[in-house]
Design a protein around this ligand. Structure first.
Ligand SMILES: Cc1ncc(COP(=O)(O)O)c(C=O)c1O
Length: 920
């Protein structure tokens, strides 16, 4: 058994959230089934080294005796873990671990400790510069430490081949020889013998940016890996359509190489693959070129070296940022608008120079309203912005990407306007962001509102079950109006982290109407493209996969078979129950028309309002390009903000080079936070993490447990592959009923005012903590510390509470109101749910057509059987969805809900005069 097996101490594997990482967390003796490989390898490695230092130091100082070195002790287990972990990382390697084991075996604790200490320092990038002169350091280590000090960005290259230690040494020597002072980056090799190890390396080591496959690799790993890592490797093979590692010699070497290339590409598509071949290189080049960037012969080391560097320089390239920097350095005379350009109106001012002091002069030097000199125009990009958007399309797996400098609010309006016309029906979650409702008001499309399932215990909504979407399409078909339905738009993931399976949703909807367009509002989901588990639930990955699936003969066959069950011989459709119970298979001729809007600024590096629209549309040129262009022109400023555009360009560079690392860390840190809340005795008394069972009603649940990532990455992987809904682990909804304060008070009075902690969303009895790619271990540690302090305070306060009075979060709330209906004047046919929101909205703008009516008066009218009609949108924050839209009948349910709402902000409702109601 190794440390990577089922015996790793939980405190190392899952909750080492300490701000000071010198002292390891106390060992509880409690064991977790899995050691956090691969989900938390990023910290497992440094934690294991740090623990080793702690343990060996205790022996060296005489605080522990040699019994601490026994085979099942922490020290030995850490060493065994590191032997495997280090195999997947360049640099220190297993050699160090073996040397240290040897020193410990000989009882040379001080030297072992020194060596471990140097490793820890190197891992922290804090090598002291004069260390290379230390007499105890051997020549190899001295060279390595000198090399560590090279300031150039460093990446790792995975080589997959059976090798000897001698081979590996000569590869490294050759790499050093080829390095030149002119190289922009440097790289090191990670060498693994088998296909399984290659997958393990890609999963655990995010520094790897390129792979070289040499046909001599074997299939299965001989390492003792954790259950989770082994299962994840199997899942990785399956996800590429391959059962297991190609161990058998029955496969030709081309097949083995192809399979491995496919699985590595599915796992981390940003990674470039190279093939190093022997005699039959010409044949291979023809057969394999689509999968590999290049095929090399072994002697072409220099070419390979240059290709590796060149490829990374392509990822690093930020064309718009480069143009902005160039502009800032040029002496330019300003004879256009924008007085702040080059600091003009600021640096000479008596009163506002603090603007430049605060933000730095570069902000102004880079400002211009000109699009000449390489800066390009966002409205008609031809060079740097065009290139930057093409690179973003590559990164996010889109066919086309467009930058938006006014948030996803605008991105949504662009897409709606581009794709729908007046009177088209759009199926949309009523609980969606208001920009969709506004877009429909602008375009004149008729929304058919879908109701997400309510989570009444927490006063927010879940998501729309697929069966409801299908039923609505079937209803339109039965009414002979299916041709009017143009688009389906859903929010993935929801604010609270509920994630759809977009491929399944699209496939089943296309089976009913094969030319539907989909708009996925991924305002909160841009990060998901950079992790193999979350990626498959992004719209772009789903579109690509669906497109490929439709082309396969097995799909064709399955479709033909299913059609026999769905239609009688005379073409009559089977009853709806059959259509609802089957997992519908779309026609191979269905069109893939998918759009995603992302607030890059919400989850990735970008200044506020930086958003992107990603397009995967087979009918783009024929049907969408021109209207999209017009819509983009309509909503895009002629003075787009250059800083936002620059940050989008850089945000793209970041995700291509380190997106996997950042997302892996974000998911893992979030899991640590949930564990800390769940396990801490005082936190458990006041806070409860809302899990997938709370957020997904029983009939919609699948195989995933309450928090799959807590069990391991493979559990999460399976749930994300199979289940209709899953929960994004990086969002943590915490129920706070027992604190005795409501969500809004908790957010403002406790978290923000006392401790400067910002959270975005609360409900009556919940607070949503979001982790993101900028979240650090110290940040999580601080939050936990604050929650503990608050719990102590709540404990004091609870003694003063009247036990007979319910706490604010316990007061029963009326259920969240469903969409009632459009009134008969605005409903299209009085049967189907769509209506003319636009006509109602503009009617509501006529002064004489509207009256203000108080809540009490409206309640009276409704009780007497009237059906008052809302003149506008009424949107309380939280929960943040419009409880009323123009033309909607004001129902008793809406009034009941509003009567107990105590939120500070209700847009569209006048607290003094009441609701705006259309006069009959
Ligand atoms: C689901 C959803 N879509 C769109 C938006 C608007 O995004 P932005 O703030 O980038 O305009 C939001 C904002 O919260 C949102 O939650």
């Amino acid at each position: 058994m190794t440390l990577l097996d089922d015996s790793f101490p939980e405190s190392l594997a899952s909750a080492p959230i300490t701000t000071d990482s010198v002292e390891p967390p106390p060992m509880t003796g409690e064991l977790e089934r899995d050691p956090g490989m691969p989900a938390s390898t990023w910290r497992l490695r440094s934690d294991a080294w740090e623990y080793l230092r702690f343990g060996v130091k205790r022996i060296a100082l005489g605080n522990d005796d040699e019994s601490a070195l026994t085979g099942d002790g922490e020290i030995a287990r850490n060493l065994r873990a590191l032997e495997t972990i280090e195999m997947y990382w360049a640099g220190f390697g297993q050699r160090y671990v073996r040397d240290i084991s040897e020193l410990l075996r000989k009882g040379d604790y001080q030297n072992a400790l020194d060596r471990i200490g140097r490793v820890v320092q190197r891992l922290r990038n804090s090598t002291v510069p004069d260390e290379p002169h230390n007499d105890l350091i051997d020549e190899i280590e001295r060279l390595e430490i000198t090399d560590d000090c090279d300031p150039r960005p460093r990446f790792e290259v995975l080589v997959i081949d059976e090798t000897t230690a001698g081979d590996r040494d000569s590869m490294r020597a050759e790499n050093m020889r080829l390095r030149s002072a002119a190289d922009q980056f440097i790289y090191d090799f990670v060498v693994v013998p088998s296909a399984d190890d290659a997958i393990a390396a890609l999963l655990t080591n995010p520094n790897i940016l390129a792979c070289i496959i040499r046909p001599g690799f074997s299939g299965r790993t001989t390492q003792a890996l954790s259950r989770d890592l082994r299962d994840t490797i199997t899942l990785a093979w399956e996800s590429a359509g391959v059962e297991t590692a190609p161990a058998s010699s029955s496969l030709s070497s081309v097949q083995r190489v192809v399979r491995l290339a496919d699985v590595l590409h599915t796992l981390r598509p940003e990674i470039d693959l190279y093939l190093m071949a022997g005699a039959n290189i010409e044949d291979l080049a023809g057969a394999l070129s689509r999968r590999f960037r290049r095929v090399f012969r072994r002697e072409d080391q220099l070419e390979l070296h240059l290709s590796l560097l060149r490829r990374v320089s392509h990822l690093y390239d930020t064309p718009f940022f480069a143009a902005i920097q160039d502009h800032a350095r040029r002496p330019v005379g300003v004879f256009h608008a924008l007085p702040v350009a080059r600091g003009g109106s600021v640096v000479g001012s008596k009163w506002i120079t603090d603007l430049a002091d605060f933000y730095g002069l570069n902000l102004l030097l880079a400002e211009t309203s000109a699009t000449s000199g390489g800066l390009d125009s966002l409205l008609a990009p031809v060079h740097t912005l065009k290139k930057a958007q093409e690179l973003a399309a590559r990164a996010f797996g889109a066919k086309h990407t467009f930058f938006v400098t006014n948030g996803t609010s605008t991105a949504n309006k662009v897409v709606h306007q581009a794709l729908v016309s007046p009177n088209d029906v759009v199926l949309v979650d009523r609980n969606c962001h208001k920009s969709h409702h506004h877009a429909m008001m602008l375009t004149g499309a008729r929304p058919a509102y879908l109701d997400a399932y309510p989570l009444n215990d927490y006063a927010f909504y879940g998501a729309v079950p697929l069966s409801d979407v299908k039923q609505m399409l079937l209803d339109y078909r039965a009414a002979g109006r299916l041709d009017e339905v143009r688009m389906v738009t859903l929010t993935n993931c929801t604010f609270d982290g509920i994630v759809y399976d977009p491929e399944r949703v699209m496939a089943e909807c296309l089976a009913i109407k094969p030319d539907l367009v989909f708009l996925w509002d991924e305002a909160w989901f841009a990060f998901a493209a950079f992790h193999p588990v979350t990626r498959r639930r992004t719209a772009m990955a789903a579109a690509k996969h669906l497109e490929a699936t439709l082309k396969t003969s097995s799909h064709h066959l399955a479709y033909t078979e299913q059609q026999k069950r769905l239609f009688a011989e005379d073409g009559t459709p089977a009853p709806d129950e059959v259509w609802l119970s089957e997992r519908l298979i779309p026609s191979p001729d269905a069109r893939i028309r998918v759009y995603a809007t992302q607030s890059t600024h919400k989850t990735l590096t970008s200044l506020r309002q930086g958003s992107m629209i990603h397009v995967y549309d087979q009918d783009w040129v024929r049907d969408a390009r021109e209207p999209f262009h017009e819509a983009y022109m309509t909503h895009t400023s002629t003075s787009p903000n250059y800083q936002i555009l620059t940050s989008l360009d850089l945000g793209r560079r970041q995700v291509e080079l380190e997106g996997y690392e950042l997302v892996q860390r974000q998911l893992d840190l979030a899991t640590s936070l949930t564990q800390a809340i769940a396990r801490h005795p005082i936190l458990r008394r006041f806070f409860r993490v809302v899990d997938a069972y709370d957020l997904i009603p029983e009939p919609l649940r699948g195989i995933g447990g309450k928090m799959p990532l807590r069990q391991g990455l493979s559990d999460m992987w399976r749930a994300w592959r199979e289940d209709e809904f899953v929960v994004d682990p990086s969002r943590i909804t915490v129920e706070i009923t027992k604190t005795g304060v409501d969500g809004d008070t908790f957010k403002h009075d406790y978290l923000m005012d006392r401790f400067g902690i910002q959270v975005n969303k609360t409900s009556r009895n919940t607070v949503l903590f979001m982790t993101n790619i900028g979240t650090s271990r110290s940040g999580i540690a601080y939050l936990i510390e604050v929650l503990v302090k608050l719990s102590e305070r709540f404990e004091e306060l609870s003694e003063e509470l009247d036990p007979n009075m319910p706490l604010p979060g316990e007061v029963p709330m009326p259920p969240l109101p469903d969409f009632s209906a459009f009134s008969s004047e605005y409903s299209t046919d009085g049967i189907r749910p769509d209506g003319d929101l636009r006509a109602a909205f503009f009617q509501g703008q006529q002064r004489g057509a509207v009256e203000y009516v108080s809540q009490a008066e409206l309640s009276r009218r409704v009780a007497e059987g009237e059906r008052p009609v809302s003149a506008g949108f009424v949107t309380p924050y939280p929960p943040g969805f419009p409880v009323l839209v123009p033309g909607q009948v004001i129902s008793r349910e809406v009034l009941d809900f509003m009567s107990v709402l105590d939120t500070r902000e209700i847009h569209g409702y006048d607290a003094v005069r009441g609701y705006r109601v259309l006069k009959p």
